[in-house]
Design a protein around this ligand. Structure first.
Ligand code: F6P
Length: 366
């Protein structure tokens, strides 16, 4: 009989935007906790809403076996943004007193020793909020934006990079055939990680990110230099949160249609055509970046993070998030992570490498 550490039964919920292979990460946590420590698992449907309303389901090992491969998410893990603050500015969770108490009541009613929260930037704020109200919480970083403090890579990011890279790389031939600027808008919310990684991997000529506000003149100069070398086509990747220098100074936030498209891709294409006279065409990848099966890297990450969470549950390492630092798994205090947005730092080595190969960021050449 496996020794019972600090956790016999824990709750499990996913919150926020989904990602490729979300079930794979659930399987990673659940498989390690049951096979290694024989723990019991209560899944809550619909993110924090399920916990608040007590919409609970016992997870048996057969309910997550074979989930390492397929993509998507199933009923007990379907996600929602319930009880998540929608504004990056708010450092407090969006859980009111009544909802907080309802969550604590569920925690006690199901006799949980801990709640494992799989989520992104906003979900972690609520996780920290609950931990400050006496709920044992362990978080797992999951977001295609990769904007979570204290972990180098979040689950789902690598798969989204693969999807975006494959789509962008396919545009080189048509750009060349028609001497066009092919603009691809990628997700990332208010950070440029997805644009930077996918753009570099797909050999983009121009990468625009929120962290490096652009001037159209610098892009035009770059395209002119390409034309002088006989390159009359270009590939541009723009993050949905990218800003011009002027917008950045005005603290502009791209408006969102109800379909969440910030339209930055269409705006930059119009600007480029009028500024350069070169035809431009736009692809908005949108939720393609969030679907399908996970990459091999993410499948391995799911198993590594899952095993780490199982050990944290057993040891009682609550109030923490499982993380990846370099090539090693790590643990970070939720107090350090919640409300801290991880943006691409100006000295990041991928930026240095991109400048070295002549990538334009809409700023003066490095
Ligand atoms: O947070 C992940 C994310 O995919 C962002 O990159 C994107 O802006 C947002 O979610 C879209 O939200 P929704 O799925 O609610 O339309």
């Amino acid at each position: 009989m496996k020794s019972h550490g600090a956790t016999r039964t824990f709750g499990l919920l996913t919150s926020g935007g989904d990602c490729p292979g979300l079930d794979t990460l659930i399987r990673g946590v659940a498989d390690a906790a049951t096979s290694r420590y024989n723990m019991n698992i209560i899944g809550f449907a619909g993110g924090y809403r399920g916990l608040i309303e007590g919409d609970a389901h016992t997870l048996k090992s057969e309910s997550f076996s074979g989930m390492l491969i397929p993509g998507g998410s199933r009923r007990h893990s379907n996600v929602s943004r319930a009880a998540e603050p929608r504004s990056a500015a708010s450092h407090d969770a969006a859980v009111g007193a009544a909802e907080t108490q309802a969550a604590i009541d569920s925690y006690r009613r199901f006799q949980l020793d801990c709640i494992v929260v799989i989520g992104g930037y906003d979900a972690l704020k609520t996780a920290y909020h609950l931990s400050r109200h006496g709920v044992n919480v362990i978080a797992v970083p999951k977001t295609i934006n990769n904007n979570i403090w204290c972990t180098d890579i979040s689950y789902g990011f690598h798969s989204a990079v693969e999807i975006a890279c494959e789509a962008i790389a396919r545009l080189h031939s048509t750009a060349r055939s028609h001497n066009r600027i092919m603009v691809t808008e990628v997700m990332g919310h208010t950070t440029g990680w997805l644009a930077l990684y996918a753009g570099l991997a797909a050999d983009a000529d121009v990468i625009l990110m929120p962290e490096t506000p652009y001037r159209i003149e610098h892009i035009h100069e770059h395209l002119k230099r390409r034309a002088e070398r006989g390159k009359f086509h270009s590939i541009m990747v723009i993050a949905e949160g990218a800003l011009s220098e002027e917008q950045s100074r005005a603290r502009y936030s791209p408006g969102r249609s109800k379909h969440h498209e910030s339209n930055v891709g269409y705006h930059i294409a119009e600007q480029l055509e009028s500024e350069t006279g070169i035809e431009a065409r736009v692809t908005v990848l949108g939720h393609q970046q969030r679907g399908g099966a996970p990459s091999a890297y993410d499948r391995i990450l799911a198993t590594r993070l899952g095993a780490g969470v199982a050990d944290m549950l057993h040891e009682g390492a609550f109030g923490r998030m499982a993380a990846l630092k370099g090539n090693d798994t790590a643990r970070c205090r939720l107090a350090e992570v919640a409300g801290m947005l991880r943006k691409v730092p100006p000295q990041h080595d991928l930026l240095t490498a991109a400048h070295a190969v002549g990538t334009c960021f809409g700023t003066p050449p490095a």
